[in-house]
Design a protein. Structure first.
Length: 301
């Protein structure tokens, strides 16, 4: 082995620097890798100390499956992927006697059926905010946009005012991996946004380039926590007992499009999915919906 780092922390930092400088990965992606691997380094000290060893890695991953961790399969898969990627780098740098990354098995992906609201439930949710208050007007505009365009909440909150085109009835979105797409916005959502900009946005006025579309009470860009609270307020007001999140509207958007006859490739483009396989989960939702309708409507189901 050549140039072996002084400790595990130094090895991790070398890999993160490689991701920043050479791979040019997004800051959020690097931060996620950093969190997973710092956690690994802290726990590896009690397992095997500073050793680039497959058994140390496996022991940590095995511990994550048991109490008090008991991580969900999706979280465990992400942490395993982080660990494999780090060890692949260490293998390539010659820090290991034998390749470790191939010895770390990646758990199978758990394909969970997403939660979806019925169209009637969506209407109740969207109409729940108090239209007589600035907060309610803003919340209504945000909810209408999320359902009209299927945006991720981070994408909606990242919109600037100039990203919205009134003439083209669409928004310009920068999604994952900095992929740009333009997504249609329905007339009802546009009307809700227009009212919000005219009556409730803080600060009021035309604004300048780079101004966020959605703002908080102090005029800064609306945060994720505030957006989640807006969803919860609306769900409670609408009397929806199930758990509703911003992603629930995205799931409902995709499912309702497919149930209405939309092409899967079109839905993929609207959602900003890199691969069609990610979008195919919504075909399972639609099939389940068909079975539910059949069971309710057919006299001998």
């Amino acid at each position: 082995m050549s140039g072996e780092p002084a400790d595990l922390g130094a090895a991790i930092e070398a890999w993160l620097e490689h991701l920043r400088v050479e791979r040019l990965l997004a800051a959020a992606t690097i931060a996620a890798y950093d969190r997973d691997l710092r956690q690994y380094a802290e726990n590896a000290a009690g397992i095997g100390g500073w050793r680039l060893d497959a058994e140390v890695a496996r022991a940590w991953l095995a511990a994550l499956r048991r109490p008090p961790w008991g991580l969900r399969p999706a979280t465990l898969r992400r942490k395993t992927a982080s660990l494999r990627a780090f060890h692949a780098f260490a293998d390539a740098e010659g820090w290991t006697v034998r390749a470790i990354a191939p010895l770390i098995d990646l758990p199978r992906s758990e394909r969970r059926i997403p939660d979806v609201l019925d169209p009637e439930e969506v209407v109740r949710l969207l109409e729940a905010p108090d239209a007589g208050t600035p907060l309610g007007i803003r919340d209504r505009a945000l909810l209408e946009l999320l359902y009209a365009s299927g945006l991720r909440v981070s994408e909606a909150l990242g919109l600037d005012r100039e990203d919205l085109s009134w003439e083209r009835e669409s928004v310009r979105v920068i999604g994952k991996q900095d992929r740009e797409r333009r997504v249609p916005v329905g007339e009802i959502a546009l009307a809700a946004i227009a009212r919000y900009l005219a009556e409730a946005r803080v600060p009021a006025g035309e604004g300048t380039p780079g101004d966020p579309l959605f703002t908080g009470s102090r005029g800064g860009r609306l945060g994720r926590a505030e957006a989640w609270r807006a969803i919860r307020r609306a769900a409670e007001s609408a009397g929806l007992e199930r758990r509703v999140s911003p992603h629930t509207l995205r799931h409902s958007f995709a499912t309702h499009l497919l149930e209405g006859g939309a092409d899967l490739r079109v839905v993929q483009e609207l959602l900003g999915h890199v691969t069609i396989a990610t979008t195919e989960i919504y075909t399972h939702v639609s099939r389940e919906r068909i079975r539910q309708v059949y069971a309710q409507a057919h006299p001998r189901a």
